[in-house]
Design a protein around this ligand. Structure first.
Ligand SMILES: [Zn+2]
Ligand SMILES: [Zn+2]
Length: 135
């Protein structure tokens, strides 16, 4: 594992980075918030994100971030939906709704294939310059 000094993505403090991009204080803060949200959802399974935000003192954006990051899993919470970043359809995981995720996946695949081709070309050129066969 690499250890490096980094700025916390969340509070900006310098910390010894051990894998995550937020500092231990923020990790603890987030864990506590997640625990509060989960407890609230156990008691109010039909709550929506606004109600949870109000009931837990965690901001709407933070709750959405937790869901997008896959840290807050929604199983029996049909009202915990937020709009897809692309088309606005209510969604419960990731940044995009199922449809957009599929479309973007296809676009990404095309993109990566195009990049792969370019990458191979660049490699071949690089190899041609300094490489001589010993035979
Ligand atoms: Zn922090
Ligand atoms: Zn969408």
């Amino acid at each position: 594992m690499t250890v490096a000094i980094a700025n916390c993505r969340r509070c900006g403090r310098l910390f010894n980075r051990v894998g995550r991009d937020i500092c231990p204080a923020c990790v603890k803060d987030e864990d506590e918030k997640l625990a509060t949200i989960r407890a609230y959802l156990r008691q109010h399974p039909l709550a929506n994100i606004y109600e949870v935000a109000k009931g837990t003192d965690v901001s709407y954006d933070e709750i959405v971030q937790f869901i997008r990051d896959g840290r807050l899993l929604l199983r029996n919470n049909p009202n915990m939906v937020y709009p897809c970043e692309r088309c606005g359809t209510p969604t419960q995981s990731g940044r995009l709704c199922a449809n957009c995720a599929k479309e973007m996946g296809r676009a990404l695949e095309r993109d990566m294939r195009a990049r792969d081709d370019r990458g191979l070309e660049a490699n071949d050129q690089g190899r041609g310059k300094g490489y001589y066969s010993k035979s």
